[in-house]
Design a protein around this ligand. Structure first.
Ligand SMILES: [Zn+2]
Length: 287
């Protein structure tokens, strides 16, 4: 009896393959379109999710920045006998020992303006809180995409944060019916809602000095930022931080790289939200 000779597996496989000499297996047009359609569907599902997670990461970073700024502010207050760091308007504040300020450097929409990119003035301002921070990154919101030209090259601007006008500002101006806070004893006399905010995430087209100017008489003097799901980050005198979402669509201004000051918006309750947390009215016998 003739013994079976085992055929090698590789040979058997080869035998079953159709022989198409001179032809190559390729995608048909229909198969290609189906693959492209699947990729498009997957992209439409994934991209918004990726965008949301990036946006959440920016909020977390911004909140962490404000926590650090607020701790630095509190350390300054502890080191200077409960007095708040100065928060003054004017060109050159924080650049001389006799003109101290919490931060130095005035931002501008104009190119070739050196303060726009000067991180040294953030952390080394005379009388500033930078000595407790060291890292200039905390002054910049990760969602602030503003840039500027210095020479032929484009650079990111370095600051998004300003400080509440009523905290540390030395000139009371015309708003004397409202409280001005220069030390912890002023806070004890009468607090704003939520204990009052110190730092605010500010709109790229409104930011200039380190002071955030209070909205009054239905005018925005400075717009807050709105790049965190339509909201801005704040820190408060008691140390807590929060991202507040604006309710009025008019508060959410696009960035145009043009000055954005003095805009009248009657009936905008977001202004009231800021006003209540910026200061409180004086009582009859207050100094
Ligand atoms: Zn931010």
């Amino acid at each position: 009896m003739k013994a079976d000779v085992a055929t090698p597996i590789s040979s058997r496989v080869i035998e079953r393959l159709p022989l198409r000499s001179g032809t190559r297996r390729a995608f048909t047009l229909i198969e290609l379109l189906v693959v492209l359609a699947i990729i498009a569907v997957l992209a439409s599902i994934m991209l918004p999710a990726l965008g949301r997670s990036k946006s959440q990461a920016h909020i977390a970073t911004c909140l962490n920045n404000y926590r650090q700024l607020q701790v630095a502010w509190q350390m300054y207050v502890d080191d200077f006998e409960r007095r708040f760091p100065f928060n003054n308007l004017g060109l050159g504040v924080g650049e001389r020992e006799d003109d101290p300020n919490w931060v130095a450097g005035m931002l501008s929409r104009q190119d070739q303006w050196l303060d726009n990119t000067n991180t040294y003035k953030l952390v080394h301002a005379c009388g500033g809180i930078g000595i407790y921070l060291k890292d200039p990154q905390v002054f910049k919101c990760p969602s602030d995409r503003s840039t500027t030209f210095i020479g032929p090259r484009r650079y990111p601007r370095v600051r998004s944060v300003t400080m509440n006008l009523f905290v540390g500002t030395q000139t009371a101006g015309k708003l004397s019916t409202l409280r001005w806070y220069h030390s912890t004893s002023d806070l004890l006399a009468g607090l704003p809602v939520d204990n009052g905010f110190v730092f605010i995430d500010t709109h790229e087209d409104s930011i200039s000095p380190g002071v955030y100017r209070y909205p009054s008489d239905e005018y925005w003097n400075d717009f807050p930022a709105s790049h965190h799901n339509g909201g801005a980050t704040f820190s408060f005198t008691d140390g807590h931080v929060a991202c507040h979402i604006w309710r009025d669509e008019r508060t959410k201004q696009p960035v145009r790289k043009k000055e954005l000051y003095g805009v009248k918006q009657p009936g905008n309750n977001d202004m009231r939200w800021i006003q209540e947390r910026a200061t409180a009215p004086k009582k009859k016998f207050d100094p």
